[in-house]
Design a protein around this ligand. Sequence first.
Ligand code: ADP
Length: 483
Amino acid sequence: SSIDRLLATVPTRLWIEGPADPVEGETFSVVNPATGEVVAQVADAGGKDALLALDAACRVQGEWAATAPRQRSAILRRAWELVVERTEDLALLMTVEMGKTLAESRGEVAYGAEFLRWFSEEAVRISGRYTSAPSGTGRILVTKEPVGPCLAITPWNFPLAMGTRKIGPALAAGCTVIVKPAEDTPLTMLALAEIFAEAGLPDGVLSVLPASDAASVTGPLLADPRLRKVTFTGSTRVGKLLIEQSAQQVLRTSMELGGNAPFIVFDDADLDDAVTGAMAAKMRNGGEACTAANRLLVHNAVREEFTARLTERIAALRVGPGYEDGSDLGPLINEKQRGAVAALVADAVDAGARVRTGGHAVDGPGFFYAPTVLDEVPADARIVREEIFGPVAAITGFDTEAEAIAAANDTEYGLAAYFYTRDLDRAMRVAAALESGMVGVNRGVISDPAAPFGGVKQSGLGSEGGTEGIDEYLNTKYVAFTA
Ligand code: ADP
């Protein structure tokens, strides 16, 4: 089949100045979540490999930083072209290791590739300034310099895009990068390393180190004074550990952590639009996104109608392997994740929530969970506090705007928030009142490589994408001159 053919050619060795074998010689398994079967054995990096990758990065860091921005830009641009050319292979690979439908994987290839094009364009626009000191006695020169070797730790939910969102700006800025991809989905990032080599990226600038034990790779790197930055996307729990460890060498950090996005439907909303937006905000990527609508807060005057319409749409989703025609919703990433989703649903039901559709795992092979709608979810249910990361819509009613805003902000997270209203004054007011790094107004999808992606509160530090994204990889230097 096309999957067997693809897997026969997929790279499975470490990537340190090209394909490399682990010093300790181990491998670990990659599983297809739609079947539970092992699809590949991948080289398992450890601390010694990590330090070899850092040695390689340090050997070329100076030369890469001094490479003409136009040249760095051209390599990123070429990588964008190659990724887009190979959309079908990369999409199938992602679907096999991660589970999402092919349509979603193709969407991720386009989105993930776009960070390479966007930052190829930003690479030539890194600027500083030159001004007179107000005293008249001096001149102020401000320049930007690459921060140096970076460690990028990525999650499994967007195996390509969470890498390119970091690699793109890092390379554009003149930094070298060591990527530690998620253990569930290392194949896509190894395929990307090959593409970058083909695009002309010098050896050593980018390394990819799959590992079954993340900390065995990241620990020695974070303790090494040559590393200058860590950029992470994943859970708030691990993000806090990494911030702590970053203190050792006072590293620059970028943290994209967990979310608990509210999705508010006011009584003046266009309900057709709101239902369509909720489908996207909830079901995109099978709900396995940090921007996923975690709490649907719906005005009580429209709650029953909204819930009925959303339930009809969600119940109609066809569950099946992402690479089979007709599948709308793939499996969850692994059994642990499915168990966590099932536990949140069980807890909500115990607390008094009503199951409108779904509410159970799907029998048979793979890690499928039925698309689910819960209504009348009480505020003290765990599902209202914790990130679901699954195809479960949890609906709660409200009566006033103030009540909706208070509920939306009642979380330690602050990544994404969405709301639907046709009232412009309300839109401005609510957008300002939401404690969130990103707000979608009358839309359920907000991610855009040209916009700054990032959270406040315990959802993280810094921005990825946009014109802001490259600053995360640049230090500011001030040079003083006498007038
Ligand atoms: P998720 O819950 O989405 O799997 P994690 O935060 O556990 O999120 O994982 C995100 C990334 O962080 C993965 O690449 C994982 O291997 C890595 N990771 C997990 N634990 C640690 C750790 N203690 N130190 C460094 N990286 C880690």
